[in-house]
Structures are given as C-alpha cells and as structure tokens.
Design a protein around this ligand. Structure first.
Ligand code: ADE
Ligand code: ZN
Length: 326
C-alpha cells in the first residue's frame, strides 16, 4: 500500500506515549526473572492473551502489574532505549514521553533510579540518531492531591530534565479540578501542562482541564465532540488533542476502528494528532496507528499530511525547530 509506505517514511512527532506502556512482554518476562518478581504469567503468549480489555481500568490493572518488574537504573534505561529504537524505525524524529513517577515511588523506587536511566537513553538517541525527546511527568489521578504535591517536591532536583506535567490513570470520578493546586504549582515552576480528559470521561472534564488546569494540550479528548461549544473553544484556542486510535479501540472507547471520530474532529478544525499511548498493550507503535486509520477509515493523503504536520505544531519544540519540520 503506497499511502502506508509514504506515511511510514515521513518524519513525525509523537506527543502521547507512556514509557511504562511500551514495556514489551519479552522485556517484562526477562526483568521478572532478573529480579525474581512473581508475575501471574508463565509465558510470553500468556501475557499477550491477558491483554484483552473491556475498559480503561481493566488495562490499568495490568499496566501497573507489568511496571512492577522495573527496579534498577538499567531497567529504565533498557525500557527507554527500546522505545527510542522503535521511534527510529518509525521515523519518529521527536517524542514527548510521559512517565508515571508514583508507579515507582510507591514501591520505593525513587527519581534517583529512573531519571538517570531515562536521560541516558534519551541522550544516546539524540547524539547517535539525531532524535529529540523530552519528558512529561504524569500524576496518577486515582491518588490524592497530597501524593501529587509530594511527587512534585520529590522531582525538585530533576526539574531541568522535565518539560511538562500530565495527568493520567482512572478518569471517571477523578476530575481535573482535584489537581487544581498541583497544576498551579507546576505552572509557577515553569512547567508546561497536559492532561488526559474526555477519553472515558465527559466533556466537562475537558472544560476543567483547559479552564482550571490551564493545559497546553488535551490527551485523548475524543468525547469533546459531544459538546459543540467545547469544540468551538478548542478550535478558537487551537488546543491540540493527542488522539490514540489503537488505544481507543482496545479500551472500547469505540467498538471498531471504522467508528473512530478522528476525521470528524479534524473536519471541525481541531488540532488533532495521532499517537500510540501504550504501544505494547494496544498492539502497535506510531506507524501502526496511522496504518489502522488507512485500513479502516476513508482517509486521504492530505488528511494524513495534516495529522503529521499537527504533530509538530502541537509539540513543545521551539518555533524555529517546528518550522524546520513543517
Ligand atoms: N495510563 C497509561 N495509559 C493511559 C490512558 N490511555 N489513559 C489513562 N491513563 C493511562
Ligand atoms: Zn495516555
């Protein structure tokens, strides 16, 4: 397929990627063995068979379980290296990578363990392959405001390596306003802001993320389409949506890819981008997500070009670097 080859070779940016969600079953099993972590899987096949989700929470349970094998600096280095190598294969020249510190600090694994591993892999990719990347520190919204504030405090020595804060995990029942003070503090520290909203949650959560958390981007945001005045607001402010097609079908936000609303979002003038979210759990990296759109939607080359251009315009790159890629 010519369109698939064309988009695969285009330089692209990825803006919504959880590094813990790029942990492949092979690495998970080998680290489990290395650290004698008891997982409820006896083979790679059993891991893959378990990835049959019916909503966000059923995925998150296995995602946190998988992350429990990450223990020392080299584990985090290997995890980040493997993702950046995939980027190289997919022509992802720039990535903005989320990590969930609380998933690790809860287990006694601190910033001094995972940050050096992440940064070492990112510096290698930059120096050897010319790939740029930056980090987004994401708070777990099912945990307390206090825990998020503590996480911001724990990150103090590593802020030069962190560009933005984010908000992820169980959306329903954990509205953005729960983290109003955390995000205000992050803004004071000079950090940029993104938040998951409108994945499973209602359009009101997207309103809160923009109005209360003052975010630069909405992660997912596909349910924004249910509120015409919200769409108008996002279009006027050009607040990007980082959409994740394979994630949305795996987690049953849409029953089938043919029902995905990304083309409607694009048609309404929204700054939409394509992303992989948790590629190891959802069956594909960035090019696989573009290819799924080509397979199941009536998408043309111009729309694909727009999505790729949006990935740079919606990024935290400098205007000068954006111009280079646009
Ligand atoms: N954590 C990792 N992936 C996520 C997603 N798609 N939504 C919410 N939290 C997440
Ligand atoms: Zn996500």
């Amino acid at each position: 397929n010519k369109l698939k080859d064309w988009v695969a070779k285009l330089p692209k940016a990825e803006l919504h990627l959880h590094i813990e969600g790029s942990l492949e079953p092979e690495l998970m099993m080998s680290l489990a063995k290395k650290h004698a972590v008891d997982l409820p899987y006896s083979s790679i096949e059993e891991v893959i068979d378990a990835y049959d989700f019916h909503n966000l929470q059923s995925f998150l349970d296995l995602y946190y379980l998988g992350a429990s094998v990450l223990r020392d600096e080299d584990d985090f280095y290997q995890l980040m290296s493997a993702y950046l190598q995939k980027c190289r294969e997919d022509n992802v020249v720039h990535s903005e990578i989320m990590f969930d510190p609380q998933t690790h600090t809860e287990r006694g694994i601190g910033f001094d363990i995972f940050m050096p591993g992440f940064v070492r892999a990112m510096q290698y990719a930059e120096q050897e392959w010319g790939q740029s990347s930056l980090l987004i520190m994401s708070f777990l919204r099912h945990m307390s405001e206090e825990s998020a504030l503590q996480t911001l405090e724990d990150a103090k020595d590593f802020l030069p390596h962190i560009t933005a804060v984010g908000l992820d995990s169980s959306e329903l029942g954990n509205p953005p306003q729960k983290f109003a003070r955390v995000f205000a503090k992050a803004k004071d520290l000079g950090l940029k802001r993104v938040a998951h909203a409108g994945e499973e949650g209602p359009p009101d959560y997207v309103w809160e993320a923009t109005n209360i958390l003052d975010v630069h981007r909405i992660d997912h945001g596909v349910r924004s389409i249910e509120d015409a005045s919200l769409v108008e607001h996002l279009v006027n402010k050009q607040i990007p949506l980082t959409v994740c097609p394979l994630s949305n079908t795996k987690l049953k936000v849409f029953e089938h890819m043919s029902q995905h609303n990304i083309l409607e979002l694009l048609e309404q003038g929204l700054l939409v981008t394509v992303n992989a979210d948790d590629p190891s759990y959802f069956g594909g990296y960035l090019n696989d997500n573009y290819h799924a759109l080509i397979d199941h939607l009536d998408i043309c080359q111009e729309q694909l070009r727009q999505l790729v251009q949006n990935s740079f315009s919606a990024s935290f790159l400098s205007d000068e670097t954006k111009q280079h890629w646009l």
